[in-house]
Design a protein around this ligand. Structure first.
Ligand SMILES: [Zn+2]
Length: 149
């Protein structure tokens, strides 16, 4: 499963006021966990960090989430099924009317900013002030597990 990614054009302009970081891949394949980097083949590490997610219509949330990370490629991978389970659990408690709405992972936050934000709701401009947009959003397709010899 090594190769070059497809670059995904950003769906939003970059709203973050902090420098962009990470190349981000939201992994839609529940049967592929990317313990090896899909680009270079090195073992990925676990990195837990606050992911900032925009949920339609106008809701931002930061969830502290364990991701896979390849330092060599600066590639951050979040598993879509795990993320959606976290979103569903969070919004069932706080804003049940938003469960199932379209969402977009827009970037990351520093842990200190996240910890401040956990204790109180923040207006969107304030959330954008802490936001590091992703440097790039990419997509990998896993190699087929069988095929022509
Ligand atoms: Zn890599």
């Amino acid at each position: 499963m090594m190769g070059q990614p497809d670059s995904v054009p950003p769906a939003l302009p970059r709203p973050g006021k902090q420098p962009p970081r990470y190349r981000f891949f939201l992994n839609p394949h529940p049967d592929v966990r990317f313990t090896r980097c899909p680009q270079c083949g090195a073992q990925t590490r676990v990195r837990k960090l606050p992911l900032v997610i925009h949920i339609d219509p106008m809701q931002l949330v930061a969830l502290n989430k364990a991701c896979r990370y390849c330092p060599g490629c600066d590639l951050l991978i979040a598993h879509q099924d795990e993320l959606e389970a976290r979103l569903a659990a969070f919004f069932s408690q706080h804003r049940p009317e938003l469960v199932g709405n379209d969402y977009l992972v827009v970037g990351t936050e520093d842990r200190a900013d996240w910890q401040r934000g956990v204790r109180r709701p923040r207006a969107i401009p304030e959330a954008f002030a802490c936001l590091h947009d992703f440097a790039e959003v990419v997509r990998f397709e896993p190699a087929p597990r069988w095929g022509p010899a």
